[in-house]
Design a protein around this ligand. Structure first.
Ligand code: TYD
Length: 135
């Protein structure tokens, strides 16, 4: 269960002269072709984002700055993953309910995803999600 959810390393290029790090996502880093990028920022620590699943869309989440927690639910199991490193990417396949919580001050969540925005691809009701998973 949940074996399809994974955390992958994004290549990190450390500067030999101490000028900091550079990470790059080229197309072979992710298990899907990149169609869209968006990001969450200025999220209050009390806020919950996500609260949906996707029928087809696959995505990758990265804490570009700060940290936040991702609650993942495949319809029968839940787990919580903390993201807090700019060179670690959480891969969320389609058919997984997710909630993003406990954003640290100044955190930025980058989402790199496999499809253009389409509201028809969202399941925004948890009971609908469970019914979808039972099909
Ligand atoms: P939503 O998916 O509800 O945010 P989250 O799941 O991160 O809490 O999106 C918030 C609003 O932004 C909603 O009205 C849809 C809109 N939106 C776009 O127009 N384009 C996009 O690419 C995304 C991700 C959201």
């Amino acid at each position: 269960m949940m074996q399809e959810i994974e955390i992958i390393d994004i290549p990190k290029i450390a500067d030999p002269d101490g000028r900091g790090n550079l990470s790059v996502i080229e197309k072979e880093v992710l298990p899907f072709p990149i169609k869209r990028v968006y990001y969450l920022y200025d999220v209050p620590s009390s806020a919950s984002r996500g609260g949906h699943a996707h029928i087809e869309l696959q995505q990758c989440l990265i804490a570009l700055s700060g940290s936040f927690e991702v609650v993942l639910d495949n319809g029968s199991e839940r787990k919580i993953i903390t993201l807090n490193k700019p060179n670690k990417a959480l891969i969320i396949p389609n058919g997984i309910w997710r909630e993003l919580e406990n954003f640290s001050s100044g955190s930025v969540c980058l989402a790199v995803v496999s499809a253009e925005y389409a509201e028809e691809d969202y399941i925004r009701d948890y009971q609908d999600f469970l019914a979808f998973k039972r099909k």
